[in-house]
Design a protein around this ligand. Structure first.
Ligand code: SF4
Length: 388
């Protein structure tokens, strides 16, 4: 492959940009092909998104405009289909927590939130789902310019997935502009959009404008399905910063810098099994093996499959590269549920040093449950070498 083609292959999405801004090493590790982690919140979000898109895409041209009562069953069936699809993907992902079927109720609630916001876009408020007529839904569909499309700059460097592109229409039915609506199934903001979400939405807007120089006015909103609330994003173009980030995020064998800390490693990072920095940061700040839930690197001394009980020894870092030093502190660890399955799946092929995330420490015993990651400890050094 020529250098030019390789360069063109590199694309930056808003989520990859956010990951890079949070911690460049996290971004670099996310591009190394390590096993993807499934999550219940992400699966619920995908099912809700897809079912709303299905509702907007369905062909109802043959249906009588006045007919009502069809919508609740139709929406439920579309959600159920997408839910089942997501469940199958989730359960076939080796790195996963427990599937929570009871979350389907929440998915229904959030699908309903999305429908409320769609109807609000055409000026309909407070309408019970059974009173949605085919005629009303057709009218809504006429406002839809695009559903779930890939947005890409002409040079292919910046990209994102557009949930909804809707027409803004005035009282006389004339189009006055475009609305980029991004469905969000996470918690709604309290006062304004988070900076990274604002930037994501502006990136969609700016790619759209760059590709459509004759576009009408484009506005963009985050649509939060939990509360059926719409949050506008505004601000100057992000394209210059996005291209700078594109340059900075090109992947080579050399790992990008790590930014360990409470906001980064202490928060959500799926790549700790391959990063020595959180471990050294925990030790340097005196927070290693503290708290009720803790990330740990352990030696497994014994394991009883029938009871799920193991004897583990805590390790601490003996080098900045993540070499483990056994501490002599041994504990009983109880593996249960999905935590036990994950451990046994690993144990078949790896009996060495092990990383466990968010293990629960109570009364000098450790519980490794469905929420825990259990992976071989395999830190990558700052020079890009795997140590174990
Ligand atoms: S563990 Fe911390 S330093 Fe390492 S990649 Fe994750 S966020 Fe960055």
């Amino acid at each position: 492959m020529t250098e030019d083609k390789e360069e063109r292959k590199h694309q930056l999405s808003p989520s990859a940009w956010n990951r890079y801004e949070t911690c460049p090493r996290m971004y670099w590790l996310s591009r190394q092909g390590f096993p993807r982690k499934a999550g219940m919140a992400a699966s619920l979000g995908t099912a809700v998104h897809a079912s709303i898109e299905d509702l907007l895409n369905m062909d109802i041209s043959d249906q009588e405009d006045m007919e009502m009562g069809w919508f609740p069953d139709c929406a439920l069936q579309m959600l159920q289909n997408r839910w089942d699809e997501e469940k199958a993907v989730f359960l076939s992902t080796p790195r996963r927590p427990m599937w929570k079927e009871e979350q389907f109720t929440e998915a229904k609630r959030q699908q309903r939130g999305g429908v409320i916001m769609l109807l609000d876009h055409i000026g309909v408020k407070g309408l019970a789902p059974e009173r949605i007529s085919y005629g009303l839904w057709k009218k809504l569909q006429q406002h839809v310019i695009a559903v779930e499309g890939e947005l890409k700059t002409r040079d292919g460097r910046l990209m994102g997935r557009l949930d909804l592109l809707l027409a803004d229409v005035d009282m006389d039915g004339n189009m006055t502009g475009w609305l980029v609506a991004d469905l969000k199934t996470g918690n709604a903001p309290e006062t304004k959009l988070k900076e990274e979400v604002n930037r994501q939405l502006r990136m969609y807007r700016d790619i759209l404008l760059a590709n459509n120089p004759n576009a009408p006015e484009v506005r963009t909103e985050g649509w939060y399905t939990k509360t059926a609330s719409k949050w506008p994003a505004s601000g100057p173009s992000v394209l210059e910063d996005a291209y700078a980030a594109w340059e900075a995020t090109q992947i080579s064998d050399q790992p990008l810098p790590a930014i360990p800390g409470e906001e980064t490693c202490g928060g959500f990072c799926d790549f700790k099994a391959w990063c020595p920095h959180w471990w050294n940061w925990r030790q340097a700040t005196g927070t290693l093996h503290s708290g009720d839930f803790m990330d740990m690197v352990v030696l497994i001394h014994s394991y009883d499959e029938s009871s799920g009980v193991a004897i583990v020894e805590l390790c601490e870092p003996s080098s900045t590269e993540g070499h483990p030093l056994p501490t002599g502190q041994r504990f009983t660890a109880n593996f249960d549920g999905r935590g036990k399955e994950a451990f046994e799946e690993m144990w078949d092929s790896h009996k060495g040093v092990t990383f466990i995330s968010s293990a629960m420490m109570r009364n000098d015993s450790i519980r490794v449950g469905h929420w825990c990651d259990v992976l071989p400890w395999n830190p990558i050094s700052d020079q890009g070498q795997a140590l174990m």
